[in-house]
Design a protein around this ligand. Structure first.
Ligand SMILES: [Zn+2]
Length: 205
């Protein structure tokens, strides 16, 4: 995605609507610095305000993501390309999230071990040791919950039988037996229970 081209396009469309950066920012309830950043290609509008922005600029989301007006003949081709591009970006960010997940758990474990060690090998009063153990456990459990959330939302799980790929609920992930990231869950499509692998793409092969 070419953010510079998109930025220039936003600026052109904004001026075509007779809006200043401040006008546009006010209508979207954001700062004019954010608008200026888009127009310089430094950042992209958040997906939560994209639809509203497009409405104000009198363009569609595809035109925004492409950075130009699209005539209807090219529309499908462009829509396809943008979808592919968005998918690639999601896969890349999911991959980073899943890598971060490992570090979050490691960090939680290290905190817990460090606090256990301090409690075991120092002459602190008992109440202080208890506080440390409780704190260590809370940090560790929070890290695990956070990691589990990442595992739920990043990428997809694949059914062993019908190869359907899906995003499970947090509860489903939480309650499932697992070996690493492979979880024993019920497939929402065929209903069979099996060990579901974590995959990055939702394209079923
Ligand atoms: Zn299935």
């Amino acid at each position: 995605m070419n953010t510079v081209k998109i930025g220039k396009f936003i600026a052109i469309q904004r001026k075509a609507q007779n809006l200043t950066q401040t006008d546009l920012a006010e209508k979207l309830n954001i700062t004019d610095r954010a608008v200026s950043k888009w127009e310089r290609g430094i950042s992209m509008p958040d997906s939560s305000i994209m639809l509203e922005l497009c409405k104000l600029l009198d363009i569609n989301v595809n035109e925004l993501l492409t950075g130009e007006k699209i005539n209807m003949e090219n529309y499908n081709e462009n829509a396809e390309k943008n979808l592919v591009e968005l998918k690639k970006q999601k896969e890349a960010s999911d991959k980073r999230l899943l890598q971060a997940e490992i570090w979050i758990v490691v960090f939680g474990m290290l905190c817990l071990f460090a606090l256990i060690a301090v409690a075991a090998f120092t002459n602190l009063p008992d109440w202080a040791k208890v506080v440390m153990l409780v704190a260590g456990t809370i940090v560790f459990l929070s890290a695990c919950m956070f990691a589990l959330k990442i595992e739920q939302v990043a990428g997809y799980y694949e059914c062993k039988y019908c190869h359907h790929r899906y995003v499970p609920t947090y509860k489903q992930v939480n309650l499932a037996m697992h070996m690493g990231r492979t979880r024993y869950m019920k497939c929402p499509k065929c209903g069979k229970k099996s060990w579901h692998k974590k995959v990055l793409s939702d394209s079923e092969e």
